[in-house]
Ligand binder design. Structure first.
Ligand SMILES: [Zn+2]
Length: 121
């Protein structure tokens, strides 16, 4: 399964969990796999080969640099008020329902936090 196929499988499962999201669109120079704009959640599927997963990715000296780059990108998004969810391609392949369920729970939690914050003001 390719990272793209895993992404599609995740989106289908998220839909079943009631998570409504926008098709991929740019968030500050970055193209997430899906975006729940109403609560600023950006999800990214990390391809095992592309993002050098520790189990299936290539063993390269450049891996720590790549991971640092990805973490820096996430930090920038978080600073801008986004919740960033990263998920490995193999998590989706192995347990698609669990992968989608984890994200659905994060989206629900962020929504609840936003609603609670709104009530306070
Ligand atoms: Zn992997």
């Amino acid at each position: 399964m390719s990272a793209m196929t895993a992404e599609k499988l995740l989106r289908a499962n998220l839909w079943e969990f009631g998570v409504r999201f926008r098709p991929p669109e740019r968030v500050r120079n970055y193209m997430p796999s899906f975006v729940v704009a109403s609560c600023k959640v950006a999800g990214c599927v990390d391809g095992c080969a592309e993002s050098h997963c520790p189990w299936h990715g290539p063993k390269r000296k450049s891996t720590p640099t790549l991971w640092k780059k990805l973490n820096d990108r996430d930090a920038k998004l978080r600073k801008a008020g986004w919740t960033v969810v990263r998920i490995w391609q193999h998590e989706i392949e192995n347990t698609p329902r669990m992968a989608a369920g984890r994200i659905a729970m994060i989206v629900r939690t962020v929504k609840e936090m936003l609603e609670r914050a709104k009530k306070k003001t």
